[in-house]
Write a protein that binds this ligand. Structure first.
Ligand SMILES: O=P(O)(O)OC[C@H]1O[C@H](O[C@H]2O[C@H](CO)[C@@H](O)[C@H](O)[C@H]2O)[C@H](O)[C@@H](O)[C@@H]1O
Length: 280
């Protein structure tokens, strides 16, 4: 076998073996930022690596399904991924906003419920909360429509900025019935009731898949890892891939230690997916 790296765990090897043995009954699901797209300072500049999209387009026709499961609005992931009208990706599904939104290449409209009123309340109150917390210079808010993400990557000391904002942002979210989704240099205030684990489990069942692979890089991917563990207990072999950041400071312990296979960021993942496509 000519894959660049193999799973380090028995469970991961079983997951990969099941995918290779019967790809037509396997699902591949992937996170977007940090997994398909390199991390950049401005989220509007994020783009999926073309080699990764090329590999997905080769893999998708052989698999039961390919899904991108992301905290992004589905429309942003489609646009920044360049997923629309790609030969081979006619069956692609994008589950955005942690599964609250859905876009299918076969029927390319975004389906989503209305956001709860708490989102508008948080939007109105957030500037005053940031000012009262003396948010460091460089802190800025990404308005995602159904969620507000407070980013600190542009601050001089992003981790310290996050620490300063944590308590006031958790309190703000709680006051308005939202939850906080922590991520790489970001605290996102969003509605409860969706997560990547439920999104992945629903997709695997929808496709009647008998094997699954999931790739992610951030805390929002932990529920998807948990879902793969649960599917394994139900007899569905799974492979967990960690798209490890190039900077150790952004490493996510839960994923690093829980993964079966580690690749170095989106470039490493794209190379691995191309090799998997060669194998299939
Ligand atoms: O579930 P994901 O696809 O990983 O989306 C999660 C968050 O990703 C984005 O933020 C991250 O990527 C940015 C662009 O590379 C980076 O600047 C930021 O520091 C990262 O946290 C996105 O902007 C967020 O809204 C998503 O929640």
């Amino acid at each position: 076998m000519s894959l660049p790296s193999m799973p380090e765990t028995a469970a991961g090897r079983a997951g990969l073996a099941a995918i290779l043995a019967d790809p037509a009954r396997a699902v591949l699901a992937l996170d977007f930022d940090g997994t398909l797209a390199p991390i950049v300072t401005d989220p509007q500049d994020a783009r999926a690596r073309p080699e990764a999209v090329h590999a997905l387009a080769r893999l998708a026709p052989r698999l039961a399904g390919v899904a991108v499961i992301t905290g992004r609005p589905a429309a942003d992931a489609v646009r920044f991924g360049g997923f629309e009208s790609v030969a081979g990706l006619e069956g692609l599904t994008v589950l955005g906003a942690y599964g609250a939104e859905r876009w299918d290449a076969a029927d390319p409209v975004v389906r989503a419920p209305e956001p709860p009123a708490g989102v508008a309340d948080v939007r109105a109150e957030l500037p005053a909360v940031l000012a009262a917390s003396a948010a460091p210079q460089g802190t800025w808010t990404e308005d995602k429509g159904r969620a507000l993400a407070v980013h600190t990557r542009r601050a001089a000391t992003p981790d310290e900025a996050l620490d300063r904002l944590r308590a006031p942002l958790y309190a703000l979210a709680e006051r308005h019935g939202l939850v906080v989704e922590p991520g790489r240099m970001v605290l996102e205030l969003r509605p409860p009731g969706a997560d990547k684990g439920a999104a992945l489990t629903g997709y695997v069942h929808e496709r009647a898949a008998t094997a699954v692979a999931y790739a992610g890089d951030d805390l929002g991917d932990v529920p998807a890892y948990d879902a793969v563990e649960a599917l394994r207990r139900e007899g569905v072999p799974g492979l967990l891939i960690y798209s490890a950041p190039e900077t150790a400071t952004e490493s996510v312990e839960e994923l690093r230690t829980g993964a079966d296979l580690r690749v170095t960021g989106p470039a490493g993942l794209a190379a691995w997916l191309e090799a998997l496509a060669d194998e299939l």
